[in-house]
Design a protein around this ligand. Structure first.
Ligand code: NAP
Length: 303
């Protein structure tokens, strides 16, 4: 690897890595993006934006080693079992492989992006407990490390299947129950600030969120943004009864674990203004929201 990159970003073709890579670049940093397929559209876009590419696969430790050469700061994130590409054990294997390689190559600072459900005891949710295991491993490393635990991404709300196009949105919360969330832009900005100031953040575990959102709040925000009524209800009991995964996540929200533990005021003091759900919906989330609403028009047009 002959480039002059200071930072290596894993998952750079994905949501978190892409946001962190771009936020670092906006700070004028030279960034290397770890990609599996350099000819894929997202990798080509990164290359076009001026990122150095390191081609590899987390199943291939030698490729991780090649990417680490000359790097001072690493952003580590792994895909997890719900996305369908890895088991929970493979997520752990990938997280540890990045950590081991960073130590072997004398990397100064490793930022591991975990999740809000991790590090607070066993959850019986595989992709939370996997992160607890990676966190413990990262904390044991003889280099500077920071663990960030992002809340649920606001972008998740606009995935298909939650009823938005039909005018009745469903998610985990009761109408009056709050859940912390974060816009990917804020996640990128916060992790980038941490990466460029290792001495300030080393050894810390930071819960990341940008807003606290209730079901009723979603109803109000979606209705205003759509210009027509969008109702809200928690996932129906029959759906939860037939879906152990969603049911366990709902239980974890009710137990408080998934509600979020970030100190929003402290985050705002440290990282600057946080993006509220309404601002996200009117800004970076607008194209996603409009696309989600257009799904309905497409359905109607096909009838
Ligand atoms: N969604 C949420 O609200 C939320 C909240 C907190 C934490 N999390 C956690 O966030 C993580 C996922 O982050 P994300 O949403 O940014 O991921 P994402 O958008 O799904 O992207 C996954 C990235 O991992 C790369 N990747 C997958 N398998 C790989 C391999 N074998 N070798 C190298 N790279 C590989 C993908 O590359 P390709 O482009 O080549 O596929 C892609 O860049 C999960 O662990 C999840 O549990 C999610």
């Amino acid at each position: 690897m002959s480039g002059q990159a200071e930072f290596l970003i894993f998952g750079a073709t994905g949501q978190q890595g892409g946001a962190v890579a771009r936020a670092l670049k906006a700070k004028g940093k030279v960034v290397r993006a770890f990609v599996r397929d350099p000819l894929g559209e997202r990798a080509k876009a990164l290359h076009g934006e001026g990122f150095e590419l390191a081609v590899g696969d987390l199943f291939d430790p030698a490729s991780i080693d090649r990417a680490m050469l000359g790097i001072a700061g690493v952003f580590s994130v792994q895909t997890s079992s719900p996305a369908g590409m890895v088991t929970d054990a493979e997520e752990v294997q990938h997280g540890k492989a990045i950590a081991d390689s960073a130590v072997r190559h004398g990397v100064r600072h490793l930022v591991y992006s975990s999740g809000g459900g991790a590090g607070k005891g066993p959850t019986r949710m595989g992709h939370f407990d996997s992160k607890s295991e990676i966190e413990a491993y990262v904390r044991s490393l003889p280099i500077m490390t920071t663990i960030t635990r992002p809340a649920t991404f606001m972008e998740m709300l606009l995935l298909p299947g939650m009823g938005l196009p039909q005018g009745m949105f469903s998610f985990f919360m009761h109408p009056d129950q709050a859940m912390q969330m974060i816009a990917l832009g804020d996640l990128g900005r916060m992790n980038a600030q941490i990466l460029v100031a290792p001495d300030r953040y080393q050894g810390e575990i930071i819960e990341l969120a940008g807003a606290s959102v209730t079901g009723a709040g979603l109803e109000r925000a979606f209705t205003k943004a759509a210009g027509r009524p969008i109702g809200y209800r928690r996932f129906p009991p029959a759906l939860l009864a037939g879906n152990p995964f969603l049911n366990r996540l709902t239980e974890l929200l009710d137990s408080g674990l998934l509600a979020g533990a970030a100190d929003l005021q402290a985050l705002s003091r440290e990282f600057g203004e946080l993006t509220s759900f309404e601002d996200w919906l009117a800004g970076p989330g607008k194209p996603l929201f409009e696309a989600a609403l257009r799904e309905r028009e497409a359905e109607v047009a096909l009838r």
